[in-house]
Design a binder for this molecule. Sequence first.
Ligand SMILES: CC(C)(COP(=O)(O)OP(=O)(O)OC[C@H]1O[C@@H](n2cnc3c(N)ncnc32)[C@H](O)[C@@H]1OP(=O)(O)O)[C@@H](O)C(=O)NCCC(=O)NCCS
Length: 189
Amino acid sequence: MTSGDQVAAGGGDEPPDAARVPRLEGAGIAPEMVLRPLAAGDADELRRIHSIEEVTRWWDSPAEGFPFHDEPDATRLVIEVDGAVSGMIQYSEELDPKYRHAGIDVFLDPALRGRGLGTEAVRRVVRHLIDDRGHHRVTIDPAAENRAAIRAYEKVGFRRVGVMRAYERDADGSGWHDGLLLELLATDV
Ligand SMILES: CC(C)(COP(=O)(O)OP(=O)(O)OC[C@H]1O[C@@H](n2cnc3c(N)ncnc32)[C@H](O)[C@@H]1OP(=O)(O)O)[C@@H](O)C(=O)NCCC(=O)NCCS
């Protein structure tokens, strides 16, 4: 922990090793937004945003242990806008040399949507994955009906691969819905 970190009330939650997680700032684009490692004091606000209906629709309700322990293989960054916790973006890496690639997922506080911030957050993480992590291919797999997310990813440069039928459980657990696989190669951007 750095001296600026706070300890979450109640649970004593700690973020996993934040040392390997970068801090991603814009090169003049959306300077009010910083992507930074999770800190202990972020948990309550991230759970609050994750629990808003516009987010649970696509991300389900926060899992037990969110945001520090529910997906240990994901590298997570807080989306901070004007100094406030405003969302989260994460990536997972397939490190098998034969199939090496990374996948991204993101949510933003609905109060901040439509300003280009989600697109810029994904763009910064894509650049990090290509430039710093050496990936040649990045994927993303929104629900096929998630038009805002698909639009944002296509603005970054992701291309549609195809529909994955009955790919993902509905948020209410009642059935399955289609997913859209998009991919971006380092040579696309
Ligand atoms: C996906 C998400 C991060 C995008 O963030 P954002 O900051 O609103 O995105 P941007 O403003 O950069 O771009 C959104 C684009 O979608 C468009 N859009 C919004 N709603 C839309 C809709 N219903 N249909 C089609 N396009 C839509 C916007 O007009 C904008 O495109 P434009 O710049 O051409 O006008 C945000 O919507 C979010 O957190 N959604 C909930 C969680 C989620 O769906 N996560 C993705 C799971 S894979």
